[in-house]
Design a protein around this ligand. Structure first.
Ligand code: 26V
Length: 813
C-alpha cells in the first residue's frame, strides 16, 4: 500500500489521541499497541469493503473453509508484513520512541486451536488471500482458547486462556448478520403446503452472532474474511415468554446453556468423547455459517440450482461434517428443492479432508443423543444413509456384512467420516503416505466405491509467517543471495542450491543461526533464569504431546546419553541442548506423565556439574504459535520421530526445514516427501517404515521384553524409570514403564531405540564438520519452497474447489 513514514507517524499520533485521548509519552504499552492495531485495521478497511463488494457483484466462486479450529497466533506482525509496511512502521515508531517489537509482544495469541489441524487452517487463510483465491474461514469465536500451560513442580497445570481480556482489535462484531440456530424439539410432517414438508417445533433457539476478522493478502488488494460465530441467547420472544410465566430460573439457565456453546475450545485432539456440548458447537457454527452463505448467495441474485457453481465448502476433518445434512435441510426444507436436486448441489459443494488415521480420534455420535439434539438433521442423515445403503446393495448384493460395515449409521452410532465421504465430491489425505494408507487400508471400502473422490493434498505452511516474519535475518540473507522472487514464488528458493558450497553464504547462514540462538538464550535467561550454551547443538521437539509422537523416545535417549556421560565424563560429544515444548490434553494421563518425566530428567541433568554442561534439557512452558516463531529459527536439529504410519503429515517438520534445521525423522507423514525433496544425504532418517509397523500390528506387534532383556542400554533406562534413581517416587512413571513393557510398546519406542541412537550419533558427527553441516542447512532451505501452503492451496483450488486465482480485485465504485 502507498504510505510514507511522515504520514504514518501523524496517522498514528492521531489514532492514539482519538482512541484513548492520549499522547505517546503518557500512553501505556497496551494502548500504544491498540492504537497501532486499530490504525492498521483502518488501512485495511477500504480493500476489505471493496473485496466484499466485488465478490457479491461478480458471482466469483467462493470457498468457505469450515473448521472447528483456527490457530491464528498474533496478527499485528503478519498484517504489517502482508501490507508491506512493516519496515516503514518500525522506523516511524522508532522515531517516536516506540519499539515495534515490544508492541507486537503485547498482543494475545488467538489460540483457537489444538495443533496441526488448526494451524493448517490459519496458514491456508494466509495463502488464499495472498495468491488471490476468494476464500474465507468459518468457525467458532471461543471465549477461551487452548489453555495456558504452567509447569509447577514439573507437572502441567492448565490455566484458562481468556485471550479477549483486553479486547481484540481485529474483530468486528456484525450484529446485523446474526442468524438463529435451533436445537432440540420435535419435527412434524405435514402436507399443508401441498407438498410433504417438515416443521421443526418446540426447539431452543440460539442467536449466532458473527465476528469478522480481515485476512490480508500479501502485496494484494484482496482482503478475505475469517468469520467466527459467538452464541448469544435470543431474548425477545423466548426469554420473554419464559419470564412472563414467571420462570426466572429457567430463563437464567437458558442463557448460561446458550453461552456455554462458544465458551471454550476442547483441549483434546486425540481422543473422541461423545460430548453433547461438542456436538452442539459443531452444529452451531455449521448451521450459522451455511445460513449466512445461502443468504448472501441469494442476495447476489444467482439461482439456487447453481449454488455449487459459485460456492465450495471445505470440511476440515469430520468436525464440521454435519454440514452435509444441514445444507440438505436448507435446500429441501427451506428452498423447497427436490431431494435429488439438493443432493446434486450438496455433493458438488462439499469437500472433505481427513487429518488422522488414529481410530480413537474418529467421531461417532450416539444415535439417541444426536436424534434428541438435532431431530431434523437426524432424519436427513437417515435418508442419506438409506439411499447410500441401497446403492451398496445393488453393488454388493447379499453382502450384508460389508454393507453394514460401511453404513453411516450402525451399532447405535453415526460415523461422521462416512457421512463426509458420501456427501462430498472430494476426499483428501494430507501427505502422500497418509493418502495411500487411507486408500489402501483405513478407507479402502470407500475407495473401492468412490475411487474418483480420493486424492492427496500434501500440507504446507505459509512462508510469510514461518520464514519472513519469524526469521527476518535469514530472509534478508536470502534476498541478498537469490533476489526476492521467491517471496511470490517460493519454489524459487531452489536457486539457493547453486550456493550450497559458497563459503560466504555458509558463514552467513551459520552466523544468523548463532544470532537467533543467542537472542533466544537471552530471552530464556531473562524469563526463567536458565543459562544455555548458544554454542551447543539446539535440538528441538515441539508439538502436541502424544504417545505416537514419541517424546518418550527422545527423553529415553537423553537418559541414555546421560548414563554414558556419567560413566565417562570425558566422553567426546558435541554439547547439546534438548528443547521440548508440548501441551498435553488435560485428561491424557500418560501424556502428562511424560511432561513430568521430561522435567524430572531436565532437573537431574541440568543440576549435575559433573557432566561439564555437555547436556541440557529445557522444557519450554506454554508452547504456542508465538513461541514457535521464536524457537524454530534457532533450531539446529528438528525432531520428527513419530511411529511410522501414525502422523498424517506434520507441518512443524516443514517449518524447521524452511529455517535451515537438519531433520531427524522416521519415514512418516510428509517427512517422506521432505526426504525426496532434499535428498537422503541432507536429512537423517531412521527406524521402522510404515509398512513394517502395519505388518507387525497385523500379527500382534513385536516383543518389547526381548529388547529389554537383550539391550543393556534399554534395560538400564527402563529400570531407572521405576527404581527411584530419578529422584522421585518409584511409582511416578509407572504408567510409562508399563506402556513400554507390560502393554508391549504400542508405538515401537524400544524397537526403534537402537536406530535412533545411531541417527543421533550421525548428527553429532555431521555437526563436527561445519562446511558439510552448513551445506545441508542451505539444501534444506533451498528445497523447502515446495512446502509453502501457496502450492498446497493452488492444488486445492485447481483440483477440488474450482476457484480462480485473482491477480487483484477490480475496484468497484
Ligand atoms: C481431533 C479430535 C478428536 C476428538 C476430540 C477432539 C478433536 C479435536 C481435534 C482433532 C484433530 C486431530 C487431527 C489433527 O490435528 N491432525 C493433524 O493434522 C495436521 C494437519 O493436517 C497434520 O499435519 C498432523 O499430522 C495431524 O496429526
Amino acid at each position: 500500500m502507498k504510505l510514507n513514514k511522515e504520514k504514518f507517524k501523524s496517522d498514528y499520533k492521531r489514532k492514539l489521541m482519538n482512541t484513548f485521548a492520549e499522547e505517546i509519552d503518557t500512553a501505556s504499552k497496551l494502548h500504544k499497541y491498540f492504537a497501532l492495531g486499530g490504525l492498521v485495521r483502518d488501512y485495511v478497511t477500504e480493500n476489505w469493503v471493496n473485496t466484499n463488494k466485488y465478490y457479491m457483484e461478480s458471482g466469483e466462486k467462493q470457498v468457505y473453509y469450515f473448521s472447528m479450529e483456527f490457530l491464528i497466533g498474533r496478527l499485528l506482525g503478519s498484517n504489517l508484513l502482508n501490507l508491506g509496511i512493516r519496515e516503514l512502521c518500525y522506523e516511524g515508531l522508532t522515531e517516536l520512541g516506540i519499539d515495534l517489537n515490544e508492541l507486537e509482544e503485547v498482543e494475545n495469541d488467538a489460540g483457537l486451536g489444538n495443533g496441526g489441524l488448526g494451524r493448517l487452517a490459519a496458514c491456508f487463510l494466509d495463502s488464499m488471500a495472498s495468491i488471490g483465491v476468494p476464500g474465507h474461514g468459518c468457525g467458532i469465536r471461543y471465549k477461551y482458547g487452548l489453555f495456558e500451560q504452567k509447569i509447577v513442580d514439573g507437572y502441567q497445570v492448565e490455566i484458562p486462556d481468556y485471550w479477549l481480556r483486553d479486547g481484540n482489535v481485529w474483530q468486528i462484531k456484525k450484529e446485523n448478520k446474526a442468524v438463529e440456530v435451533r436445537f432440540g424439539g420435535n419435527v412434524r410432517a405435514t402436507y399443508e403446503t401441498g407438498r410433504l414438508s417438515f416443521i421443526h417445533e418446540n426447539y431452543e433457539p440460539v442467536r449466532a452472532v458473527p465476528y469478522d476478522t480481515p485476512v490480508v493478502g500479501y502485496d494484494k488488494n484482496m482482503v478475505n474474511t475469517l468469520r467466527l460465530w459467538s452464541a448469544e441467547p435470543v431474548d425477545y420472544e423466548f426469554d420473554f415468554s419464559t419470564f412472563s410465566r414467571g420462570d426466572y430460573l429457567k430463563a437464567a439457565a437458558y442463557r448460561t446453556s446458550v453461552e456455554s456453546i462458544s465458551q471454550v475450545l476442547y483441549p483434546d485432539d486425540s481422543n473422541f468423547e461423545g460430548r453433547l456440548l461438542r456436538l452442539k458447537q459443531q452444529y452451531f457454527f455449521v448451521s450459522a455459517g451455511l445460513q449466512s452463505i445461502v443468504r448472501s448467495y441469494k442476495k447476489s441474485g444467482l439461482p439456487m440450482n447453481e449454488f455449487h457453481k459459485h460456492t465450495a465448502i471445505h470440511i476440515n476433518d469430520t468436525h464440521p461434517s454435519v454440514a452435509v445434512a444441514e445444507l440438505m435441510r436448507i435446500l429441501v426444507d427451506i428452498e423447497e428443492l427436490s431431494w435429488e436436486e439438493a443432493w446434486h448441489i450438496t455433493t458438488n459443494t462439499m469437500a472433505y479432508t481427513n487429518h488422522t488415521i488414529l481410530s480413537e480420534a474418529l467421531e461417532k455420535w450416539p444415535v439417541d443423543m444426536f436424534m434428541k439434539l438435532l431431530p431434523r438433521i437426524y432424519m436427513i442423515i437417515e435418508e442419506i444413509n438409506k439411499r447410500f445403503c441401497e446403492e451398496l446393495s445393488r453393488r454388493y448384493p447379499g453382502q450384508n456384512g460389508k454393507i453394514n460395515s460401511m453404513s453411516i449409521i450402525n451399532d447405535g452410532v453415526i460415523k461422521m467420516a462416512y457421512l463426509a465421504i458420501v456427501g462430498s465430491h472430494s476426499v483428501n489425505g494430507v501427505a502422500k503416505l497418509h493418502t495411500e494408507i487411507l486408500k489402501n487400508q483405513e478407507l479402502n471400502n470407500f475407495y473401492q466405491v468412490f475411487p474418483e473422490k480420493f486424492n492427496n493434498k500434501t500440507n504446507g505452511i505459509t512462508h510469510r509467517r514461518w520464514l519472513m516474519k519469524a526469521n527476518p535475518k535469514l530472509t534478508e540473507a536470502l534476498n541478498h543471495t537469490i533476489g526476492t522472487n521467491w517471496i511470490k514464488n517460493p519454489n524459487e528458493l531452489g536457486k539457493l542450491e547453486n550456493f550450497k558450497t559458497d563459503k560466504s553464504l555458509q558463514r552467513k547462514i551459520a552466523s544468523i543461526k548463532k544470532e537467533n540462538k543467542l537472542q533466544f538464550s537471552n530471552m530464556l535467561k531473562a524469563k526463567y533464569g536458565i543459562d544455555i550454551d548458544p554454542n551447543s547443538i539446539f535440538d528441538v521437539q515441539v508439538k502436541r504431546l502424544h504417545a505416537y509422537k514419541r517424546q518418550v523416545l527422545n527423553i529415553l535417549h537423553i537418559m541414555y546419553l546421560y548414563n554414558k556421560l556419567k560413566e565417562n565424563p570425558n566422553l567426546d560429544i558435541v554439547p547439546r541442548t534438548f528443547f521440548f515444548g508440548a501441551k498435553a490434553s488435560p485428561s491424557y494421563h500418560l501424556a502428562k506423565q511424560t511432561i513430568k518425566l521430561i522435567n524430572t530428567v531436565a532437573n537431574k541433568i541440568n543440576n549435575d556439574q559433573s557432566i561439564n554442561g555437555k547436556l541440557k534439557v529445557i522444557f519450554l512452558e506454554n508452547y504456542s504459535v508465538s513461541l514457535a516463531e521464536k524457537v524454530i529459527p534457532c533450531a539446529d536439529v528438528s525432531e520428527q520421530i513419530s511411529t511410522a504410519s501414525k502422523e498424517a503429515s506434520g507441518t512443524g517438520n516443514m517449518k524447521f526445514m524452511m529455517n535451515g534445521a537438519i531433520t531427524v525423522a522416521t519415514l512418516d507423514g510428509a517427512n517422506v516427501e521432505m526426504k525426496d525433496s532434499v535428498g537422503e544425504d541432507n536429512i537423517v532418517i531412521f527406524g521402522l517404515k510404515a509398512n513394517e509397523v502395519i505388518s507387525y500390528n497385523k500379527y500382534g506387534g513385536y516383543s518389547a521384553f526381548d529388547i529389554y532383556n537383550n539391550d543393556m542400554r534399554v534395560k538400564r533406562i527402563l529400570d531407572q524409570l521405576v527404581d527411584g534413581s530419578l529422584g522421585v517416587s518409584s511409582g511416578e512413571f509407572k504408567n510409562i514403564h508399563e506402556s513400554l513393557l507390560m502393554f508391549n510398546d504400542e508405538y515401537f519406542v524400544l524397537k526403534d531405540f537402537d536406530a535412533y541412537v545411531k541417527a543421533q550419533e550421525k548428527i553429532d558427527t555431521l555437526y563436527r564438520d561445519p562446511a558439510k553441516w552448513n551445506e545441508m542447512c542451505i539444501m534444506n532451505i533451498a528445497h523447502s519452497g515446495i512446502f509453502s501452503s501457496d502450492n498446497t492451496i493452488r492444488e486445492y483450488s485447481k483440483d477440488i474447489w474450482g476457484t480462480r486465482e485473482l491477480k487483484s480485485v477490480p475496484v468497484i465504485d
